[in-house]
Ligand binder design. Structure first.
Ligand code: TXA
Ligand code: MG
Length: 365
């Protein structure tokens, strides 16, 4: 039924985010092709969500395992009902309040959504993005679009069209260039298909904002009782640069000092070193390290906007080791998303908590 006229080998076209570019992108998608487009969180790799052949091509292009389900993007509430049900008042309330925006809801799916999209689950993840170009494309195409982040599987998500080209050139049909994705980390995923809402992935929308609207705490993801994981894509390693990243966690000042010690030790051992640097730390580092500065500790939104771009730049420098510390309070707001992505990106985590204890003992001596 869904025959595609597009060849298996693709040449990637860079489309401008003009009316003509959007029309072209929509035509490719309708024909079963793959088009990357900007959203407010990260770039997505879109395909006609009801065309199993087109959806399978996403997995091939990204080299993504087939058991990692996709998010379906729609342009308006009326289209949500084509792919999913709102199981109750609470789910609809979240959608009405936070869409369009960086929130994905896991909902019971309609039978017409192909198993390829949901990895065989009876739920489907849905979101209405807020980015004007994503909205223009969704309006023009008039279809639900399955769209994971437009990176090779396991790599940092793309926040610029050039990141998409770096990973997927000639594996997809087109990318619409919409400049920088402003939020910079992926959407917050909330599963509202079961009895109590669960936070499956911290992201661009603060969990506290969702809890304030609901008047209840979000539950953690369900324990995996032998069956498939509740959010199969949430594997411990993800978003990783190829260069090993060492992440220092702990109280800000203690972590800052431990980060410096770790960097100095690596330099002394003759290694080439890159640091993902908070604005707070710019004066605290020796020369001879490659730096990518994100935001300040007090401004997690600025760090989120730069995180993946900075990781990609550091990776491109072909160094021996990368270092970072937590970029904000890991327990609240966007800091939770930053902490989650850094932990998944890290090859090794250094807990500086013990340094603090040691220091307390030292001062007592
Ligand atoms: O901001 C975003 O969410 C971006 C933009 C493009 O919208 N998309 C994105 O997609 O991050 P992706 O594929 O990288 O992550 C989607 C994740 C999956 O890995 C999985 O963890 C979860 O969404 N997911 C999808 N469908 C699900 C389902 N039915 N049940 C539970 N988790 C699901
Ligand atoms: Mg992804």
């Amino acid at each position: 039924m869904f025959m595609t006229s597009l060849p298996a080998r693709r040449r990637t076209r860079l489309l401008d985010a003009t009316a003509a570019g959007i029309v072209e992108a929509a035509a490719i998608l309708r024909a079963g092709g793959l088009v990357a487009f900007p959203t407010e969180t990260v770039y997505g790799l879109g395909a006609h969500a009801l065309d199993p052949h087109a959806v399978r091509a996403i997995f091939e292009a990204k080299q993504r395992p087939a058991d990692d389900p996709l998010i379906v993007h729609v342009g308006e509430m009326a289209l949500v009902d084509e792919v999913a049900f709102f199981p109750g008042r609470l789910a609809r309330q979240l959608a009405e309040h936070f869409w369009p925006g960086p929130l994905t809801l896991v909902l019971p799916k309609r039978p017409r959504v192909p198993a390829e999209v949901t990895a065989g689950l009876d739920t489907v993840a849905v979101r209405i993005p807020a980015h004007p170009i994503a909205r223009a494309l969704l309006a023009e195409v008039g279809l639900p679009l399955a769209a994971p982040s437009a990176n090779l599987f396991g790599r940092p998500s793309p926040t610029l069209a050039e990141h998409v080209l770096h990973d997927l050139r000639d594996r997809i049909d087109a990318v619409v260039d919409g400049g920088r994705a402003t939020v910079g980390v992926e959407s917050t995923i909330v599963d509202v298909s079961g009895p109590g809402p669960r936070l499956l992935r911290p992201g661009g929308l603060a969990a506290e904002d969702i809890e304030a609207l609901l008047g209840q705490r979000l539950r953690p993801p369900a324990e995996n009782a032998g069956g498939p994981p509740p959010s199969p894509g949430l594997m411990p390693t993800h978003y990783s640069p190829r260069t090993p990243l060492v992440l220092v966690i702990g109280e800000p000042l203690v972590a800052q000092s431990r980060l410096r010690t770790e960097v100095e030790a690596a330099l002394a051992a003759g290694q080439t070193v890159g640091v993902l640097l908070l604005e707070d730390d710019v004066d605290a580092f020796p020369c001879g390290v490659v730096r990518e500065t994100v935001g300040a500790w007090s401004d997690p939104a600025a760090s989120a906007a730069r995180l993946f771009e900075a990781l990609r730049s550091l990776d491109a420098a072909n160094l021996d080791l990368l270092f970072a510390r937590d970029l904000a309070d890991a327990s609240i707001g966007l800091g939770r998303a930053l902490a989650d992505r850094l932990r998944r990106a890290a090859r090794r985590i250094v807990d500086s908590h013990a340094d603090n204890l040691r220091r307390l003992v030292d001062t007592r001596d």
